[in-house]
Every structure is written in structure tokens, then in C-alpha cells.
Design a protein around this ligand. Structure first.
Ligand code: KIV
Ligand code: ZN
Length: 520
């Protein structure tokens, strides 16, 4: 079976999802998890876009072993220099150079002629190759480019030293038969194509990113660019978990394999969802909450008789195993850490201590602690940004005839515990106002959602918030021409059997990300 190279761009294209801002420590954690998952290449960022991005890519390059670490660059010398600076310390490194090739982009965005695009490709791929042996080249908007021009640019890129040619369907416009034809055309007409790996990078604007990717593999592509949970610009990129499981489940049809450890898919999806604050829809293939749930009576009956009636994959294959072992207040540390390992969590000793303390707290309140409860508490306790301010205590009074009032104590970065109170339109509003009085960083709450992790009156509630704040530091974001400011969205999540406490924790999680970027 031929091997497909899995190129993950969650930390670059995925982070371009509106609101999916990631802090450097979170990027590093995700990169470590991607290495455990077994991806071949991690596109860790776009180093020329901001000093923060360069630094994040550099840390990943220095600290994550296994996958090739890649940095993106436009066909501009400064970008190539920044990408090289960021990846050069990695065990395996790659520079990914791109320039648009469609007439629409040439005329309206680049304002360049075709000759100028060819010249820039030759010069910058050549320059990148003088620094690094592994060079990927992408003709942006390839699927809407004149194929003859595309073959010419790709041929020049190979001649200048590109080792991977990535064909993006940048705006998600292509269909599977067209995209497969494009790949076949490239294989047939590009000079020197045998010296390069053909890669594809599909966006999901028409919901065909995964289908286009798989069609391209059948036509001879051997690298897939994808993201966890299908995150990415606009409607996102092809979802890694869907491509991998299609190849795995339909092995006889595709005869292609990957190096992915499928049991790490679910924990990776959870981590990315927690860190980005972008929830996974319940009916999402492979990693959605309902992906392995059977509701209809006829289906349940069939499953009980023989799982093959309605299940083409086993939940445990993607790392989603429901244990028959019940954890409760008498369960010890060993049983708890065993369960975590079975669920795909790899915690260090300090993280395990914290998670176990939270488990004991929860087990005192709930008779049976289920896998979703454990997931919620681990993500609340462990997958959090560095706590500059820590929520120490929270108390609310509210009700039909009461003015919702909250008293909050936070531990400040200098170790001092500060207490303040506020009233609001409801208990959550009062808590957030009290926190704001202490932290004093203006922001706007733009999204608040609460969901119950399991059924039952004693269920754990999970809260996700998104806040928007104006940044005074130059973070590389474009200035909004209307307001003359740079704003950025930060997400946060929290979990507790008390949803007001979960709301407070979620808000602190988003605020701590904001404070870290402001350098508080
Ligand atoms: O969608 C796209 O064209 C890209 C390129 C930079 C590869 O993300
Ligand atoms: Zn893209």
C-alpha cells in the first residue's frame, strides 16, 4: 500500500478561522499532540505575519520532535527569511512558498503580469532552496488558474528546487471530478513532475473539501493538507480526521495508508476545540458527539443484534471508548490515571495531580463520573492558558425578587488576593462585571454558550465564551480602517456542576489569553 503524507495546517490555516486565536503555549501543546497523532508535517504558522507567530513557530521547531516543521512564506525575500529563521532549528524543516496564479488574483490582488509571477517563483523558490533542502511551493487559487500557465509555473518551481508542489483549491470552488482532472493534467504536462510530490489543499466552501482531497489522491496526489475539525479560513479546510478515516475504513477501495495513530483523533479534536473555543458540531463525522450514537429504535435493535448493521467504524478506533468501568468517589488515583490513558490523555505528574483533585471534588457531588465528565474536567483544569489572574472564590445572589449580585476574589499576578462585587442583569453578568472591576481590561462579550455534558440533574455544565478586545500592541493584525484600531477575539472555556462557576472560569480563561497578548 502506498503511503500518503499528512500535512497538518491547523496551526496556520486553522488559526485563520475567525476567533480561533491561539496562544504560543497552546500552539506548542497542540503541536505535541499532532506529533503523537503521527502527522508527517506540521505547518506551524506564517512567521512573517507577526513577531508572535515567528516566535511560536520557532518554539515548536525547537521543542517538537518527529514531524517536519514548516513555515509559510509569500514569494517575498523577507517572508522566506522569517520562515527560515523560525524553522531552522527543527530536526526536520520545510519552507512553504506561495504566490497566486489565477488571473483574478494577478489582476486584482497582486497587480502582476504572468511573467512577473514566473520570475518571482523562480527567484524565491531558488532562494528558499539555498537555505533549506525541503521546499514546498503553492500556486494559490490553482483551481481557478489557466492550466497551461499553471503547468509552466509549477515546472519553474521544480527547476528552482521545489520538492513538493501543493495544489490549492483556495476558494473551495472545485468539484471532485474537476479536481482529479486537474491533478492528472499536472502529472501529464508539468516538466520535471517526477521529481516532486504532488500535494492538495482544499477549502470547504461548497462542502467538498474532503471529497476533492480523496479524488486528488485517486488521481495521484500523495500529500494531503488538512486541519483538525476542518478548521480554517471561512468554511474551513479538509478535515484531517475525515480523510484519515476514509482511507482507513475504505482501505480496499483506496489502497493507501497514512502514519496516523487513529486512536489519537478524538483527543486531538477535543484539545483543538477547547483551545480555539470553536465547538465541534454534534453531527460532525468521526469526532462529533453523535458520530457513534444510535437514536432510532430500529437502529438500536440492529446494533444490539450485530454492530455491523449500522456501524462502519468502531468508536474505539478513533479514541472514543466508553468504559464499562464506573468511576466514583471510591476510585483511586491509579484507576483514574488508567482511565485517562485509555481516553488518550497524556498528562504530566503535575497536571495529573490537578485533574485528580478535580475528579475527587466532582465524585463527591456525582455518584458516577462518566467519560464525558472526565473530559470536561480535564479540559477545564489542564487545557487552560497560563493563569495570570486566578479565580479563587465566587459567590452570587439572585432570584425573582433579588438584584443579581456577585462577589469575586481573584489572585492577581503579584500574589495578592483582590475582592470586589458588582450587580448586573443576571448572575453571569454580575460575575463578569465584578471580574472586570478587578482586572480592568476593556472587552466585549460577543458569545456565551452553556451545554450540559451528560444527562441528569447533577450534570457538569460546560461554558464557552468569546470576548473581543482592542489591542494597543502591534500584533500584525490589519488596522480596521473604520475604527483605526486592531481588535482580536479570544475564547475561553470552563466546566463545573455549578454553571455560574463554569461561566466565571470560562471568562477567566478568555481574559488570561487577552492579558498574555497585552503583556499584562
Ligand atoms: O488556501 C490557500 O491557497 C492557502 C495557500 C497559502 C496554500 O492557504
Ligand atoms: Zn488555505
Amino acid at each position: 500500500m502506498e503511503r500518503v503524507i499528512v500535512f497538518d495546517t491547523t496551526l496556520r490555516d486553522g488559526e485563520q478561522s475567525p476567533g480561533a486565536t491561539l496562544h504560543t503555549d497552546e500552539k506548542l501543546e497542540i503541536a505535541r499532540q499532532l506529533a503523537r497523532l503521527g502527522v508527517d508535517v506540521i505547518e506551524a504558522g506564517f512567521p512573517a505575519s507577526s513577531p508572535g507567530d515567528l516566535q511560536a513557530v520557532q518554539r515548536i521547531a525547537r521543542e517538537v520532535q518527529g514531524p517536519t516543521i514548516c513555515g509559510l512564506a509569500r514569494c517575498v525575500r523577507g517572508d522566506v527569511d522569517a520562515a527560515w529563521e523560525a524553522v531552522k532549528d527543527a530536526e526536520r524543516k520545510r519552507i512553504h512558498v506561495f504566490i497566486a496564479t489565477s488571473d483574478i488574483h494577478l489582476q486584482h490582488k497582486l497587480r502582476m503580469t504572468r511573467e512577473q509571477v514566473i520570475e518571482a517563483t523562480r527567484a524565491m523558490v531558488g532562494y528558499a532552496r539555498s537555505l533549506c533542502d525541503d521546499i514546498e511551493f503553492s500556486p494559490e487559487d490553482a483551481s481557478r488558474s489557466d492550466p497551461e500557465f499553471l503547468y509552466e509555473v509549477l515546472g519553474e518551481a521544480i527547476a528552482a528546487g521545489a520538492t513538493t508542489l501543493n495544489i490549492p483549491d483556495t476558494v473551495g470552488y472545485s468539484t471532485p471530478p474537476e479536481f482529479a482532472d486537474l491533478i492528472r493534467g499536472i502529472r501529464a504536462h508539468t516538466p520535471g513532475i517526477d521529481r516532486a510530490v504532488i500535494s492538495v489543499h482544499c477549502h470547504n466552501d461548497l462542502g467538498m473539501a474532503v471529497a476533492n482531497t480523496l479524488a486528488a489522491l485517486q488521481a495521484g496526489a500523495r500529500q494531503v493538507e488538512c486541519t483538525i475539525n476542518g478548521l480554517g479560513e471561512r468554511a474551513g479546510n479538509a478535515a484531517l480526521e475525515e480523510i484519515v478515516m476514509a482511507l482507513y475504513t475504505r482501505q480496499q477501495f483506496y489502497s493507501l495508508s497514512t502514519g496516523i495513530d487513529t486512536t489519537e483523533l478524538y483527543p486531538t479534536s477535543r484539545m483543538v476545540s477547547n483551545y480555539t473555543g470553536l465547538a465541534v458540531q454534534a453531527n460532525k463525522a468521526i469526532v462529533g458527539a453523535n458520530a457513534f450514537a444510535h437514536e432510532a429504535g430500529i437502529h438500536q435493535d440492529g446494533i444490539l443484534k450485530n454492530r455491523l448493521t449500522y456501524e462502519i467504524m468502531e468508536a474505539s478506533t478513533v479514541g472514543l471508548s466508553q468504559s464499562t468501568l464506573v468511576l466514583g468517589k471510591h476510585s483511586g488515583r491509579h484507576a483514574f490515571s488508567d482511565r485517562l490513558a485509555q481516553m488518550g490523555y497524556h498528562l504530566d505528574a503535575e497536571q495529573l495531580n490537578r485533574a485528580f483533585a478535580r475528579f475527587k471534588e466532582l465524585a463527591d457531588k456525582k455518584k458516577v463520573v462518566s467519560d464525558p465528565d472526565i473530559e470536561a474536567l480535564v479540559s477545564d483544569e489542564v487545557f487552560q492558558p497560563q493563569e495570570l489572574y486566578r479565580l479563587e472564590q465566587l459567590q452570587v445572589s439572585c432570584g425573582d425578587f433579588a438584584i443579581p449580585t456577585a462577589t469575586v476574589s481573584l489572585r492577581a499576578p503579584n500574589g495578592e488576593v483582590v475582592t470586589d462585587a458588582a450587580h448586573g442583569t443576571g448572575p453571569v453578568d454580575a460575575v463578569y462585571k465584578a471580574i472586570n472591576r478587578i482586572v480592568g481590561v476593556p472587552n466585549e462579550l460577543i458569545e456565551f454558550s452553556v451545554k450540559s455534558v451528560t444527562e441528569g440533574i447533577d450534570a457538569v455544565g460546560e461554558v464557552t465564551v468569546r470576548i473581543e478586545a482592542e489591542l494597543t500592541v502591534d500584533n500584525g493584525l490589519p488596522v480596521n480602517p473604520q475604527t483605526g484600531t486592531r481588535t482580536r477575539i479570544f475564547s475561553g472555556h470552563g466546566a463545573s456542576t455549578d454553571i455560574i462557576v463554569a461561566s466565571g472560569r470560562a471568562y477567566m480563561s478568555a481574559l488570561n489569553k487577552l492579558l498574555a497578548i497585552r503583556g499584562a
